[in-house]
Write a new protein. Structure first.
Length: 209
């Protein structure tokens, strides 16, 4: 899960999402890629611009969650990140219920949250500080780290770091945007691989400053 509000771990969670621009009233329907207690990522070919104030409604198994939100800086060709702005106690309970349905118990959440915070802290203190998101898939117990708005040299450096750590479990999805800046998502990382990857990224990208 990503993060725009870095203290909340995002979990892979697919559900129907309806997003409305509160100013223009334009609406779009997409699918969530991940969700946390503070935000989500919605897959759509026509994302709203960063800073757009929205109303987001998520439906899963006949149950619904709705809240006001703001489109974050994580806007890429695949979709957009949304930070939840005001969540009612009822809707927060729904999010917690969905996370529980993924088999994420409170002790497990605590361990995941601690590692998530450690990974995010390392990347926040690098040149990638506002261009990454960290997610966790509870079904596979694997981590995903995504990057956006990468220059060619940054993109190549990430691939070089990944090649040194690569194992059969990791996956790398590569994308691009209209302005030729690249996005990439590295998934299938175990706890140890995620730590090593984040440490290597933080070290190499600090050297680039």
């Amino acid at each position: 899960m990503t993060l725009e509000r870095r203290s909340a771990t995002r979990y892979n969670f697919g559900a129907i999402a309806e997003v409305t621009d509160l100013r223009s009233r334009d609406e779009l329907v997409g699918v969530t890629r991940d969700v946390s207690l503070s935000g989500c990522f919605v897959k759509t070919p026509t994302p709203f611009a960063q800073g757009t104030q929205v109303r987001v409604s998520i439906t899963s198994s006949g149950e619904a969650f709705a809240t006001a939100g703001r489109v974050t800086g994580n806007v890429i060709a695949e979709g957009m990140g949304i930070e939840f702005v005001r969540i009612t106690p009822r809707d927060r309970s729904m999010l917690e219920k969905w996370l529980s349905s993924l088999g994420v118990t409170e002790p497990t959440q605590h361990k995941i949250r601690n590692l998530h915070e450690a990974l995010s802290l390392q990347l926040t203190n690098s040149a990638l500080r506002d261009r990454f998101s960290v997610g966790f898939n509870p079904q596979s117990s694997r981590w995903t780290i995504s990057f956006n708005k990468l220059s060619d040299s940054e993109f190549k450096l990430i691939l070089d770091i990944l090649s040194r750590l690569r194992s059969g479990s990791t996956q790398c999805d590569v994308g691009g945007s209209d302005d030729a800046q690249k996005t990439t998502r590295v998934g299938g990382l175990t706890n140890t691989q995620a730590r090593e990857f984040a440490h290597a990224l933080a070290t190499r990208f600090r050297e680039q400053d």
